[in-house]
Design a binder for this molecule. Structure first.
Ligand SMILES: Nc1nc2c(ncn2[C@@H]2O[C@H](COP(=O)(O)OP(=O)(O)OP(=O)(O)O)[C@@H](O)[C@H]2O)c(=O)[nH]1
Ligand SMILES: [Mg+2]
Length: 455
């Protein structure tokens, strides 16, 4: 596989830290010439003679010009991130210095790395499987405790080892079936069909759990959209501010204050919620801008994962009608009664379905937060079981699920071994696409192009 990559033999270089000014910057090289190129710029020591996993301080010089004083980290193959010789130059974080060092390194024969190329090499050198490599990108993009924890677990092989086990079991069986095919004249059966059927059912069960975990995975990775909907003046913007604990949206007693939607993010127990404050929904308005805003409110409700409907407990409201309307959206909703601070005693006769709050005084806001969490997350986010967060894996698992069903049907129908073998190979194929045992170059390029440069 290695030879099939264009430029596989060359040495790549990239800035591993963000572009721009910083205290320090890290420039990373990987490949056969990494040590040699750096050595030509580092007169104080012969880097070629140094042990792996060592640090070296000194001047970086080229053509009698001092480029910077740097620290060089040296990792010799195969014990490095990419599995190749890797050098990391920690230099001072001036963009001028970074540029100068990069230019010198490329003039000495290294090539600027493409996005994800370091991780791609790690994959091709067997340092990571594909699912682990993809988790590296997820980790870099993670912005909550939950997304970080899932990505970290997958880098360490949580997801991969679950799949490897399934794959091994399938391979064992497929080998026995293939063996039967070699002895097809003799009508022997090496593979115990009943045991195999049990195995397939077990695997199908595991795959089913993985597929089902994707909803949760999606929540962890992408957050949850919450549309705050309700009539003008219900207190939607006040509620947004209370949830954010800051005066973000304009609040006024004039109905129709919020004209366009306002989006803000909050983190509840490690999960990101995108709160969308919308224009109050009023059926008849002559105000053109307001009516555009109202249209957007309906749109946001359609796009949201959860709808939070807020009504003014002191104003007229028809709960049954509201619930019927909310149900028509076919998604989780939360019904909240506001301004309960000015409701007369004895008037608050809401069912358990309704959360009573006073947004202005931030009363009972925590109940809304808890309710948002339970609506968005079915299952336990801190679970030890594997959670699928990647759409590509999800698709492959769904295909795999169909294949397993085919195998089970084939076993029930006593289908001949050669046809069964075909179904098993197909199942192995889909399993292999996830961990990277089955890939093509284009697919790899696509996956790694979504990384950042220098990783
Ligand atoms: N008494 C009381 N007043 C509240 C409460 N929450 C909001 N209000 C008042 O209700 C009025 C409307 O609040 P907003 O948050 O602007 O209402 P809105 O739903 O965003 O209204 P539009 O943007 O016009 O759709 C303001 O005068 C708020 O101070 C509450 O819990 N108790
Ligand atoms: Mg508002």
């Amino acid at each position: 596989m290695q030879g099939s990559l264009t430029g596989w033999d060359d040495t790549i270089v990239a800035l591993a830290t963000p572009q721009g000014l910083g205290a320090i910057a890290v420039i990373r090289l990987s490949g056969k010439e990494a040590l040699d190129i750096t050595n030509q710029m580092f007169p104080s020591k012969n880097l070629l003679k140094q042990a792996s996993h060592t640090l070296h301080v000194g001047l970086l010089k080229y053509d009698n010009e001092v480029l910077d004083e740097v620290v060089i980290s040296l990792y010799k193959n195969p014990k490095s991130y990419t599995g190749e010789d890797v050098i990391e130059i920690s230099c001072h974080g001036s963009p001028f210095i970074q540029e100068k060092i990069l230019k010198t390194i490329t003039s000495l024969g290294a090539r600027m790395a493409k996005a994800g190329e370091f991780t791609q090499r790690a994959f091709l050198n067997g340092k990571l499987d594909l699912a682990q490599a993809e988790a590296v990108a997820d980790l870099i993009a993670s912005n909550t405790e939950a997304s970080r924890n899932t990505a970290l677990k997958n880098i360490r092989g949580g997801f991969s080892s679950a799949l490897h086990l399934l794959r091994e079991e399938l391979i064992k069986f497929s080998a026995l079936i293939e063996l039967e095919l070699d002895f097809s004249q003799e009508d022997v059966e090496f593979a115990d069909r009943t045991a195999f059927k049990n195995l397939i059912q077990q695997i199908a069960q595991s795959v089913h759990q993985l597929v089902a975990s994707f909803d949760l995975g999606n929540v962890i990775k992408n957050g949850v959209q919450v549309a705050i909907i309700g009539k003008p003046n219900a207190g939607k913007s006040t509620l947004l501010n209370a949830l954010l604990n800051e005066e973000r949206a304009i609040v006024s007693s004039i109905a129709g204050t919020t004209r366009d939607t306002i989006e803000e993010i909050i983190n509840i127990d490690g999960v990101l919620f995108r709160l969308i404050d919308t224009a109050g929904i009023r059926e008849h308005t002559n105000d053109e801008i307001e009516s555009i805003g109202v249209g957007r409110s309906y749109e946001k409700a359609l796009l949201a994962d959860v709808i939070l409907y807020l009504f003014d407990a002191t104003a007229e409201h028809n709960l049954e009608e509201i619930i019927l309307w909310l149900k028509s959206y076919n998604k989780p909703f939360i019904l909240v009664a506001n301004k309960t601070d000015i409701v007369k005693v004895g008037e608050t006769l809401f069912t358990e379905q309704v959360i009573s709050i006073a947004a202005k005084d931030a009363v009972n806001i925590d109940t809304i937060k808890k309710s948002l969490l339970t609506k968005a997350i079915k299952g336990d986010i801190n679970t030890e079981s594997t959670i699928v967060t990647n759409t590509r894996h999800f698709d492959a698992l769904k295909h795999l699920s169909t294949c397993l069903q085919d195998i089970e049907n084939a076993l029930n129908d006593n289908i001949p071994g050669d046809l069964l073998a075909l179904d098993i190979r197909q199942a192995l194929h889909y399993l292999g696409t996830i961990t990277g045992q089955v890939t093509n170059e284009e697919q790899l390029d696509f996956i790694f192009s979504k990384f950042c440069i220098g990783k």
